[in-house]
Design a protein around this ligand. Structure first.
Ligand SMILES: [Zn+2]
Length: 284
């Protein structure tokens, strides 16, 4: 997990989400008055019913562009993200079902594990810097909660696979090994003036899964004791090629820029229906 930047949705899409949310809030309120309220079913049906709408399509488009690598899951960064995730689950927190800041991008495996498990202390990669709460060992590929961080611990409690699943641990370890090779190759190409070859390596690095390993490596290189964690050789590469520190941020910004036209087109196509109270009420 690493810090990701949330894309600003166009006003028209935010208005549509707000209208869906108020309609859902009213429906939930009415449901709760019944003898045997079926709030969960109502919330799920409303969410599913809105999924084909352009506003939700714009949400998916923005989340895919915010996710690291090639649309990787925002939690494990390994599998392809395939669904909108509610950080605060729809049930028991229906009041955040259509709230943009509550929506993330997740893979099927993480989604199954998180399900409705939730802890308010859980990290949000679009708000928090996960490295302030979780330490990623470059030697082993393991995550542990930083000492004293109850938020790091809460995140690993809700999503235990992040800390314990062998395929993720090994995948992160392999990612560190690959990074060493890629970054040295990049340096070699630059030294020989082979700019196109160097740039091809940069493009591969920023699309690799487990992008937090790269962020962790860059972070470790700036910390006291860097020489204990990273080879002198790699530290020398990083000091010769300081642009590497911007690669991930630049790639995140480029993905957001590339998605902007599509998101704006979707938002523009949202149909606004005038209700009897002459209030703008987006329908789809
Ligand atoms: Zn995942």
């Amino acid at each position: 997990m690493r810090r990701l930047r949330r894309i600003a949705l166009p006003t028209r899409a935010l208005d549509a989400l707000a209208a869906y949310q108020s309609a859902l809030d009213r429906a939930v309120k009415a449901e709760r008055k019944k003898r045997l309220p079926k709030v969960g079913e109502r919330v799920e049906a409303t969410w599913q019913g809105r999924r084909p709408n352009r506003a939700i399509e714009a949400v998916r488009c923005a989340l895919r562009a915010m996710a690291s690598g090639l649309e990787r899951c925002m939690y494990c960064e390994d599998s392809h993200g395939c669904d909108v995730e509610h950080l605060y689950p729809k049930v028991p927190r229906p009041e955040r079902t259509f709230v943009w800041s509550n929506l993330l991008w997740i893979c099927a495996i993480c989604n199954r594990q998180k399900n409705d498990a939730f802890d308010e202390a859980m990290l949000d990669p679009t708000v928090d810097d996960p490295f302030e709460h979780l330490a990623l060992s470059l030697a082993t590929g393991r995550y542990v909660a930083r000492e004293g961080s109850h938020r790091g611990a809460a995140t690993l409690r809700v999503m235990p696979r992040l800390a314990s699943e062998q395929t993720l641990i090994r995948g992160r370890h392999n990612a560190v090994v690959k990074l060493h090779a890629f970054l040295r190759d990049y340096d070699g190409h630059r030294a020989q003036g082979r700019i196109a070859e160097a740039d091809a390596i940069r493009r591969v690095v920023v699309e690799e899964p487990f992008s937090a390993t790269f962020a962790a490596l860059l972070r470790a290189s700036k910390e006291p004791g860097a020489a204990d964690v990273l080879d002198d050789d790699l530290l020398a590469v990083l000091s010769r090629q300081p642009e590497m520190y911007d690669w991930l941020n630049d790639a995140d910004a480029a993905r957001a820029d590339a998605a902007r036209t599509k998101i704006e087109a979707l938002a523009k196509a949202i149909r606004i229906r005038r209700s009897s109270r002459k209030k703008r009420a987006p329908r789809a």
